[in-house]
Write a protein that binds this ligand. Structure first.
Ligand code: C5P
Length: 240
């Protein structure tokens, strides 16, 4: 059964996207089994997609779990449009592209997406102001994030991926129907790893995030389902 993309709605109990950041099909299947169906959403990123191929997207979507395919597409418009159409055919609900690819590329992705939502990545949460200067991007970070997000929404994207630290500014700047999806989340006590701009699930929700992406704190937990359940409960407890 293929799940129609527009059935992927955000409700109080399904604001958690678990990142399946693993290297093999066996590890992915093991993590999904250990998650006991707790999250309604999973994110498949470059590691798993390049290791095991597109079939895993179809298989997970067919079981009723919504898939965010996080390939962060960034290429000429024609290439991105054709890749986006392929992603849509797999049954993914969300597909990421880099807002830095520009208006024509963003519009091409949206035109090819069908019912799937295109999410634009504004600035990777692993980057800080010094990194921006090193790659020649004009800061400050907060202004660059809002500028790229507005470009993405003007081009027809369904929402943006951004740091929780920028969510309230984005809520104020973007149309209310924009989906705000935030990685860089760490439940209290979890190590930050390489993420430089982090917050807790509740703080991200309070700031206005619609969906949060959590990878290592769940993947590396002794009991991933219990950790995921605790995050779902923490998110649901926040009054919106
Ligand atoms: O393990 P952790 O919770 O840090 O995982 C965050 C996930 O979100 C990773 O899969 C990473 O690639 C992704 N991501 C991110 N920053 C963005 C967009 C996606 O960390 N701006």
């Amino acid at each position: 059964m293929r799940v129609p993309c527009d059935s992927a709605r955000v409700q109080p109990g399904n604001r958690l996207i678990v990142a399946l950041d693993v290297a093999t099909r066996a590890q992915a299947e093991d993590l999904l089994r250990r998650l006991e169906g707790v999250p309604s959403w999973v994110k498949i990123g470059l590691e798993l997609f390049t290791a095991v191929g597109p079939a895993i997207v179809e298989e997970i979507a067919a079981k009723g779990t919504s898939v965010m395919l996080d390939l962060k597409l960034h290429d000429i418009p024609e290439t991105v449009a054709r890749a986006t159409a392929s992603v849509a055919r797999l049954g993914a609900s969300l597909c990421t592209v880099h807002a830095a690819g520009g208006r024509a590329m963003l519009e091409a992705a949206v035109a090819a997406a069908g019912n799937m939502k295109i999410l634009a990545v504004t600035v990777l949460t692993s980057l800080d102001e010094r990194d921006l200067a090193n790659i020649g991007a004009m800061g400050p970070m907060s202004e660059l994030v809002v500028k790229r997000a507005q470009l993405a929404m003007d081009a027809g994207c369904g929402g943006v991926v951004a740091s929780p630290g920028e969510v309230s500014a984005l809520r104020a700047a973007l149309p209310p129907e924009s989906w705000l999806v935030t990685p860089g989340i760490r439940p209290t006590g979890s190590p930050a790893g390489d993420q430089k701009r982090i917050t807790t699930p509740a703080q991200a929700r309070l700031a206005g995030a619609d969906l949060i992406v959590v990878g290592r704190p769940i993947r590396d937990a002794a009991d991933p389902a219990q950790t995921a359940r605790a995050i779902v409960a923490e998110l649901a407890a926040v009054q919106s």
